[in-house]
Design a protein around this ligand. Structure first.
Ligand SMILES: Cc1ncc(C[n+]2csc(CCOP(=O)(O)OP(=O)(O)O)c2C)c(N)n1
Ligand SMILES: [Mg+2]
Length: 534
């Protein structure tokens, strides 16, 4: 027999029963029943200033902690506002659940002039979620929330959405709470590992490529050991940064570029093992990245494992379980390879860094790394400095470099950093953002102030949409349009919020400003004027 309660309360209790500790959102008349349930709940509510901010916060929380993030969102404009952030979570495989409302079921989608009418809310969310459903009765709420969590925690992590229309939220009914059905991480088939071992037995020179799946499955330790055993250099994608620590002697990192020494490694390798990466268009410069003739691909997602580059051998499994099984079989077989030595890898890395893009920005990247402890989190926006960090900023632990890679959304950094700081209050969390990107979500400074988050916010300020301007310079013969920005004085903005600020005029000043800011229990705006050739 279930307990009798209102739908709104059932929704909150369902979240509690999934272990949710915090939700991000903004209330409205359609979600008041949920908010009323939150009043007596152990769940903390972080009030955002825009639903897109709430979505990015939930995403940043999920990326930094590995636990699903939750956003509570009103119907109609709340949903369309959060859509962009969920699009980012979807492309970057981050588990974020949206709990929304709708107008009463009998009117939903009919556009009869109800407040926040949206013609097809589930259809809108379908494009950016792995799983998406409406509760039509109270007793369905716990089961659907449990399903949403089961989906996020099983297989490939991606966003989900549960909609509870107003009439269901406001009604009384019976609810029984149940744990999520989480499928065990997919183990590799022994025969698939045996075949991989066979292929590796025939190989001479093996390379390893790690994507985001290697981070989310925590596969780094086993992959690092495979690399040692096979003399295999490790390359990563942006999303794979930190899967194996950048100071592991076999890690080359994300330094591949056409014609550079890492390119040479790929051309002279005969076999590659790819863990948890779709080998996406941006990472491979539209498939210009050469892959060796024998390609062993391991992915939790049976579609991704075949994308972009045809595998010689595909293993659909959890990256960590597959790496551990492969390592065990390599050891049993006593299979080792000369491959590349630690000294080779060191020299290739140094030579690649020497010719890598972003030499001008390097002192700032080094300053960031010095200022942020090993386990500290750098949350980047779509800004030139962030792209340079993608190549040059070493990452030592999983989940400590967050980047809006798949959807490339401006304005990700500040709210995602807020979510990361909520998830890891003791860690140093730093937001880096361009002057343009900051203005997409700068209203969330208020959220950081309200919840006393000691967040250094570094604005790399060149009064320009430089990423766009540099394209106009290269491809349009410097015919510049719509790239110059008139910005507010960010120090005065900090004053308006009553928070500290500083102008950092050199990498050294930036380093000190971050270290000081990280000690505070309120955000600090660090305006960092820069001017590099575009
Ligand atoms: C939502 C969204 N709109 C537009 C773009 C296109 N875009 C990519 S980078 C960029 C300029 C960013 O300027 P800024 O934040 O100042 O960083 P900078 O390139 O100057 O370092 C723009 C407009 C985008 N990525 N995302
Ligand atoms: Mg700029």
């Amino acid at each position: 027999m279930g307990q009798r309660m209102k739908g709104g309360q059932a929704a909150v209790r369902a979240l509690e029963s999934q272990g949710v500790e915090v939700v991000f959102g903004i209330p409205g008349v359609h979600t008041l029943e949920i908010y009323d349930g939150l009043v007596d709940s152990s769940i903390r509510h972080i009030l955002a200033r825009h639903e897109q901010g709430a979505g990015f916060m939930a995403d940043g929380y999920a990326r930094a902690s590995g636990k699903p993030g939750v956003a509570v969102i009103i119907t109609g404009p709340g949903i369309t506002n959060v859509l962009t952030a969920i699009g980012e979570a979807y492309t970057d495989s981050s588990p974020v659940m949206v709990l929304s409302s709708n107008v009463e079921q009998q009117w939903a989608g009919q556009m009869l002039g109800h407040l926040h009418d949206l013609s097809d809310q589930l259809g809108v969310m379908h494009a950016v979620t792995k799983w998406n459903a409406r509760a039509t009765t109270i007793d369905q709420i716990p089961a659907l929330v449990a399903d949403a969590f089961g989906q996020m925690k099983s297989g490939r992590p991606r966003p989900t959405h549960v909609e509870v229309p107003l009439d269901v939220l406001a009604d009384y009914g019976e609810a029984e709470f149940e744990p999520a059905a989480i499928s065990h991480p997919a183990k590799p088939e022994p025969a698939a590992i045996a075949r991989a071992l066979e292929l590796l037995g025939e190989a001479e020179r093996v390379v390893i490529f790690c994507g985001g799946g290697a981070v989310s499955c925590a596969a780094g330790e086993a992959i690092g050991a495979i690399a040692n055993q096979l003399g295999a250099p490790i390359l990563t994608s942006v999303m794979g940064k930190g899967s194996v620590p950048d100071d592991h002697p076999m890690v080359l990192g994300r330094l591949w570029d056409s014609g550079n020494p890492v390119d040479e490694v790929l051309r002279t390798a005969d076999t590659a093992i790819v863990f948890g990466s779709k080998l996406g268009a941006m990472e491979t410069q539209y498939q210009r990245m050469p892959m060796p003739p024998c390609l062993i691909r391991i992915d939790i997602d049976s579609v991704e494992v075949n994308r972009n580059y045809q595998p010689s051998h595909a293993i659909v499994a959890d990256a960590r379980l597959a790496a551990e099984a492969l390592l065990a079989s390599l050891k049993d077989a006593g299979l080792t390879k000369r491959g590349w030595s630690v000294d080779d890898v060191r020299a290739i890395k140094a030579a690649s860094l020497d010719v890598a893009w972003g030499k001008e920005q390097k002192p700032y990247v080094d300053a960031l790394r010095r200022a942020i402890p090993r386990d500290g989190v750098l949350v980047s926006d779509m800004t030139m400095m962030g792209y340079v960090c993608g190549n040059r900023y070493p990452v030592y632990e999983p989940r400590t470099f967050l980047f809006p890679q798949g959807y490339g959304t401006l304005g990700f950094s500040l709210p995602a950093a807020i979510g990361a700081k909520v998830a890891r209050p003791q860690a140093t969390v730093v937001s880096i953002v361009g002057d343009g990107g900051f203005q997409y979500t700068m209203q969330e400074v208020a959220t950081a102030v309200q919840f006393k988050l000691g967040l250094p916010i570094v604005i790399f300020n060149d009064s320009t949409y430089t990423a766009v301007k540099s394209e106009q310079a290269q491809k349009y013969d410097r015919r510049f349009i719509a790239v110059d920005l008139v910005n507010p004085d960010y120090l005065k903005l900090a004053d308006a919020y009553g928070i500290p600020s500083v102008r950092a005029r050199s990498p050294e000043e930036l380093e000190h400003a971050i270290v000081d800011a990280a000690k505070r229990d309120q955000p600090t705006i660090i305006d960092t004027p820069i001017s590099f050739e575009s």
